[in-house]
Ligand binder design. Structure first.
Ligand code: SF4
Ligand code: SF4
Length: 371
């Protein structure tokens, strides 16, 4: 990450005033209120609990949400005040706690939600945001279809670990005598995507979220806002905007048709590919042959394991877009979006009426031939 090219402005162009979003307008809030219909509302009630592993993980996340966190110490610790040194320290701490990618940015006001789910205004006076990103595990992704019974647990892995790490970092900063607040699944007061963009975790891709050059979109992130004096990272440019123009694999494979083909459009003062949140959220919540969906994560050519060949491909994409379509074709030929069924380690199970059963169906597409 430290070797990536940094730029002054994010590759998602900000063309006008970006206004603050209300938490009540998020897809899952809308679904929970019944705005997407009675069936989606009903399925929303069992969304996290219908698979036992995601159930176990979201139990943990609810527990984190209920914690109040450490008191801020009255006396500040005798530590250096150099923002460069403190930023290195906090990032190293994140990696010690097993974060996969760390980044720091100033907290733009437009990245703070306007009102919470109950309609109460949100105010945060912190100047900086520390972003913690967690890989959802390449091996499991390669064994899954992208929207089968493990999908929700893959997301939950990123959510629960980023929640834990953001809580520990926040408490640590408070013990040092500085104000800090964790923002994670079930406890967000800031929008994570713009913070990932500004902190240089990646660029915004066709699916509307940040794509990291080493993980693709196969990660979830949490943040810590704070007044600890920090040095900010700058956004990154590894050639993704042009690559997404030449690719469209996610739009081809999205089971709900929520991802647009073609060009970006301007929305709320910035230029991006705008996904249909209503159809995506509704599909994820009411998937009857699996638990949630990550098909776009699985299909993306940036969802790759570490290795020299992939390092070379990243270098090529950064320096020329002449080969983009060939690389997408190579990705298809390499069968990366196929399900490697031999690596499957989990049980397909579904909880209905308080009992675990073998589900009638599982989304099975593109299974790699055995043998
Ligand atoms: S999560 Fe699934 S439904 Fe939503 S955009 Fe991605 S592929 Fe489409
Ligand atoms: S699948 Fe292709 S178009 Fe979609 S996010 Fe990945 S690189 Fe971009």
């Amino acid at each position: 990450m430290e070797k990536l090219v940094r730029v002054e402005q994010p590759t998602t162009r900000i063309t006008g005033e970006v206004t603050r979003i209300n938490m009540r307008d998020r897809g899952f809030d809308c679904a929970g209120r019944g705005d997407y219909g009675d069936f989606v509302k009903e399925e929303y009630e069992r969304f996290c609990d219908k698979y036992p592993l995601s159930h176990a993980m979201f139990d943990m996340i609810s527990g984190f949400g209920a914690m109040s966190g450490a008191e801020v110490k009255n006396n500040r610790a005798p530590i250096p005040q150099d923002p460069h040194m403190l930023s290195r320290h906090i990032k190293r701490l994140g990696y010690f706690l097993r974060a996969d990618v760390m980044g720091i940015c100033e907290l733009p006001e437009w990245a703070i939600y306007g009102v919470d789910s109950e309609g109460h205004p949100i105010t945060i006076n912190h100047k900086y945001a520390i972003v913690v990103a967690i890989d959802q595990d390449y091996q499991t992704m390669s064994a899954s279809t992208g929207d089968d019974w493990i999908s929700c647990s893959q997301s939950a892995l990123g959510y629960v670990n980023s929640a834990l790490i953001s809580r520990m970092i926040s408490n640590y900063i408070r013990y040092l005598g500085y104000s800090a607040q964790p923002h994670h699944s079930g406890n967000y007061q800031v929008m994570i995507t713009p913070l990932c963009l500004m902190a240089g975790i990646g660029e915004i891709c066709r699916t509307g979220v940040v794509l990291n050059p080493f993980l693709g979109t196969r990660f979830k992130a949490a943040a810590v806002t704070t007044d600890l004096p920090l040095e900010q990272d700058r956004p990154v440019d590894f050639g993704l905007q042009e690559f997404c123009m030449n690719c469209e694999k996610c739009a081809d494979e999205c089971p709900s048709g929520s991802i647009v083909f073609g060009d970006k459009s301007v929305h709320n003062g910035y230029e991006s590919w705008r996904i249909d949140h209503k159809s995506c959220t509704s599909y994820r919540i009411s998937n009857q042959n699996g638990s949630s969906c990550g098909t776009c994560i699985k299909a993306c050519p940036w969802n790759k394991p570490e290795g020299r060949i992939h390092d070379f491909v990243r270098w090529v994409v950064k320096h020329t877009h002449f080969f983009d379509r060939f690389l997408v074709w190579m990705d298809d030929v390499g069968g990366y979006s196929k399900q490697r069924i031999k690596k499957k380690w989990w049980f397909d199970l579904e909880e209905r009426d308080g009992e675990l059963r073998i589900p009638k169906k599982s989304n099975e597409v593109n299974i790699e031939k055995e043998g």
